[in-house]
Design a protein around this ligand. Structure first.
Ligand SMILES: [Zn+2]
Length: 282
């Protein structure tokens, strides 16, 4: 496949211009546009103290926020993505993978394992939207399928936190699409075995992730104001040529229309998950 990328120009062009504030001390909130003292927001688990907007948090931060200190044990950490189609868009997929790995410190967009939530053992998975928009390629699908299988064997409650704006990873073509069926089938077997699956949707949860494991939870919880849907609002608007309802595809809209079960603020998430596990007797 012919490639036309300009390697020298790309990294500098995608970096945002600085706004004259020391990097890291203050941060502009995507919700209220206010300059927020970063430490203040971090104390609140990455929630804006002014407008309650839930900022992006990494997979690693999620693990720290939700699991008891030092209890997380990673599974399948060795799985590495490959480039079966020799795919290239703005740059070759193989190169993109290396760049994303260097930038995020992740091997791919999902981290899975086991740990304790307020002293209850769980199987835990999280997708990180920083890695190719958290999209589900072969590695994400395989890690999640194995997580579900282990949860089935070990009779553990299953918690998956989704942060995937990319859905299925088009760089892997059909191999990424089949992950939707694979993980869903594993979840069906888990369900038949009597497992409890709590799915936590965060901003954003879209495409093939929303259309498979993320919305198959026995309980589907979302963080406030998360964007959740299949095609994005801009795509839908451009396709059907109509104004979309106010708040379309937000957690609040979806709760009102019965698509999700609950909205839980990030500060309450850990306690609420522990409470659900107890309530369901798992
Ligand atoms: Zn804010």
């Amino acid at each position: 496949m012919a490639t036309t990328e300009k390697p020298e120009a790309t990294p500098a062009m995608t970096r945002r211009p600085k706004r004259g504030v020391p990097e890291g001390l203050w941060r502009r909130c995507p919700g209220c546009q206010g300059m927020i003292y970063r430490q203040e927001a971090e104390k609140r688990l990455g929630v804006c103290p002014e407008c309650d907007y839930h900022w992006y948090v990494s997979a690693q931060q999620r693990i720290c926020q939700l699991l008891d200190d030092g209890t997380f044990e990673e599974w399948e950490a060795h799985l590495e993505p490959t480039d079966p189609l020799q795919f290239a868009d703005k740059k070759p997929y193989a190169e993109r993978l290396k760049d994303e790995q260097a930038r995020t410190g992740l091997r791919d967009a999902a981290v899975t394992g086991t740990g304790m939530i307020r002293a209850r053992r769980v199987a835990f998975g999280v997708t990180d939207s920083a890695f190719i928009m958290g999209s589900m390629g072969s590695v994400v699908g395989e890690k999640l399928a194995r997580l579900v299988e282990r949860a089935t064997q070990q009779q553990l409650p299953l918690i998956i936190v989704s942060g995937s704006g990319g859905g299925a990873r088009m760089h892997e073509g059909i191999l990424s699409l089949m992950q939707m069926a694979k993980v869903s089938a594993a979840l069906a077997r888990y369900d038949q075995a009597g497992g409890l699956y709590i799915s936590v949707l965060t901003n954003p949860t879209m495409g093939g992730v929303a259309a498979s494991f993320a919305l198959l939870g026995d309980l589907v919880i979302a963080e406030p104001k998360a964007l959740i849907g299949f095609a994005g609002p801009r795509t839908i608007k451009a396709t059907i040529g109509t104004e979309l309802p106010k708040g379309f595809q937000t957690s609040e809209f979806l709760l009102e229309h019965g698509f999700i079960d609950r909205i839980v603020r990030r500060q309450d998430l850990k306690s609420e998950i522990a409470r659900v596990i107890d309530y369901c007797g798992k």
